[in-house]
Design a protein around this ligand. Structure first.
Ligand code: FAD
Ligand code: SF4
Length: 472
């Protein structure tokens, strides 16, 4: 423990955001990091609890008290080594993780938690800038070949672990670049994409071969792939969006969020567009249906494109302003949160259901809504209309896309429509085929995808070699 009285003397101080009026003029990241001294002070607040709940609250089990102590004592390189022993990509989670660790910090019981996520990000950003992060090339090759389908955080983490264990790893990705939803869903203002490119370069040096434009089960036969590798790990994500099949859905101007967000990300990275029509929010009244992360990303992107107004509708009631800490700690609490994008100027409304869309000349113009009670039943007399030129559907994802790879291989699904595999051996119903990440657990978080990728890598290594020294 760095400073014994740190938590008594120092208040929590978070990284600040650039002012909303400035940041909506561009798509770059806008978080202003703390100084090294400021970060050390925040690390000094950690109490090094006998039972560190944060360590358990973190899905990759980051050894948080250990690196807080190292940062406080100015041992940044060792802190980076410690952090990388549990997390392949802390610069991703340090930017976009919702930080369940902070919810479970002991200081969060009756005070403000340690700024764990900011410290994590400061460690890894410093490690990159100091040149401490080098490719870790396996000393010996095993002669075993592994195919990974999907280049999201889960596939990337697994590929890095397996290459470092000495296997020959080929990663197949249907898009033109790696990163999955971090590349094409999450906007640049939350995470710039050079962070992913830098890891891809590191992994190429470690021996991972990336195959882009390789849509397994569509442009490349899935069974042939399985036949030509010693093991296959499917990390294709949960890309099937939830639709809203109500009257008027066929009108132009109503789109799933993931038809809209990737276009902007591709524009920024100068990746040539796919052949679909541009969806732009500039000069429009935008309605976002769905109150989660994806909805927030639609708000921030619409505002940057110059939307006249953005309104976000949520079917659930407005959560309480504060959680009941004694009741929920150390779990993730339900409480009213305002994302940086919502802060930039969106109207938010709760307990609202959209009954139909109407339009003119085939284009959407209005939403017809009604308020609902606690059981989500419409309340008579509360009907209202909203003006809309663009409607973005951000109501979550149903599960993995079945057409193509999963259907052609005939892999067994679980009751929720995800690929069936447990979290001990990550084996699917097919011999030598494994699955991890959103494809196995359903729509989730980057940090869970990294955890599953790492654990699945160990399971594949054990399957190939009979034992493994990779961490679980
Ligand atoms: C808009 C949006 C915002 C989000 N914001 C956050 C956030 O702020 N924080 C957070 O923690 N999480 C966030 N998430 C969730 C997070 O991005 C996902 O949980 C995570 O990326 C899942 O990782 P994955 O590797 O399992 O799958 P994915 O990231 O979905 O990657 C799967 C990859 O597999 C490829 N693929 C699929 N099928 C095939 C095939 N047959 N052949 C070849 N390639 C294939 C896909 O093209 C994709 O690249 C967000 C999600 C969205 C949509
Ligand atoms: S990965 Fe997420 S949960 Fe884990 S320490 Fe970082 S911010 Fe916290």
């Amino acid at each position: 423990m760095g400073k014994v009285t740190g938590f008594l003397e120092i208040d929590r101080q978070e990284r600040k955001y650039a002012p909303a009026a400035d940041r909506v003029r561009h798509y770059n990241e806008f978080i202003i990091p703390l100084s090294d001294e400021g970060t050390r002070n925040q690390a000094a607040r950690c109490m090094d609890c006998g039972i560190p709940y944060c360590h358990n609250g973190c899905p990759v089990n980051n050894q948080i008290p250990d690196w807080n102590d190292l940062v406080y004592n100015n041992r940044w390189e060792e802190a980076s080594r410690n952090l990388h022993s549990t997390n392949n990509f802390p610069e991703f989670t340090g930017r976009i993780c919702p930080a369940p660790c902070e919810a479970s910090c002991t200081l969060n019981i009756d005070d403000n938690p340690v700024t764990i996520k900011s410290i994590e990000c400061a460690i890894v950003d410093r490690a990159w800038s100091e040149g401490w992060l080098k490719p870790e090339i396996a000393a010996e090759k095993t002669g075993k070949k592994v195919a990974i389908v999907g280049g999201g955080p889960s596939g990337l983490a697994a590929a890095q672990q397996l290459a470092r264990a000495g296997h020959t790893v080929h990663l197949f990705e249907k898009n033109r670049k790696a990163g999955g939803l971090m590349r094409y869903g999450i906007p640049d203002f939350k995470m710039e994409k050079h962070h992913i490119d830098r890891r891809v370069t590191q992994m190429e040096a470690e021996g991972v071969t990336f195959h882009y434009g390789a849509h397994i089960g569509v442009t490349q036969d899935a069974q042939q792939l399985v036949d030509s590798f010693d093991a296959v790990l499917m990390t294709g994500g949960a890309e099937k969006p939830r639709d809203l099949p109500i009257p008027g859905r066929e009108l132009a101007g109503i789109h799933p969020a993931m038809d809209f967000l990737p276009q902007q990300n591709r524009r920024i990275s100068k990746e040539s567009p796919l052949d679909n029509k541009p969806i732009l929010a500039g000069g429009k009244h935008v309605i976002v249906i769905g109150g989660g992360d994806t909805g927030s990303d639609c708000i921030g992107t619409s505002l940057r494109q110059g939307a006249l107004s953005v309104t976000q509708l949520e079917i659930m009631p407005r959560p309480p302003d504060k959680e009941n800490k004694p009741l929920v700690w150390p779990d993730w609490p339900l409480k009213f949160r305002t994302s940086s994008s919502q802060q930039e100027g969106a109207e938010r409304d709760f307990s609202v259901v959209t009954k139909s869309f109407t339009g003119e000349n085939g284009e959407v113009k209005k939403l017809h809504c009604v308020r609902v009670d606690g059981k989500m039943q419409p309340i008579a007399g509360t009907e209202f209309e909203l003006k809309a030129d663009l409607v973005l559907l951000a109501m979550g994802f149903l599960g993995p896309v079945l057409e193509g790879m999963l259907a052609s291989l005939g892999v067994k699904l679980d009751g929720r429509g995800n690929v069936e595999a447990n979290v001990v051996n990550y084996k699917s119903s097919l011999p030598k085929v494994f699955s991890a990440g959103d494809m196995r657990r359903g729509q989730s978080l980057v940090v869970w995808a990294i955890r599953e990728g790492r654990q699945a890598a160990r399971a594949v290594d054990e399957f190939l070699m009979g034992e493994s020294t990779l961490p679980r």
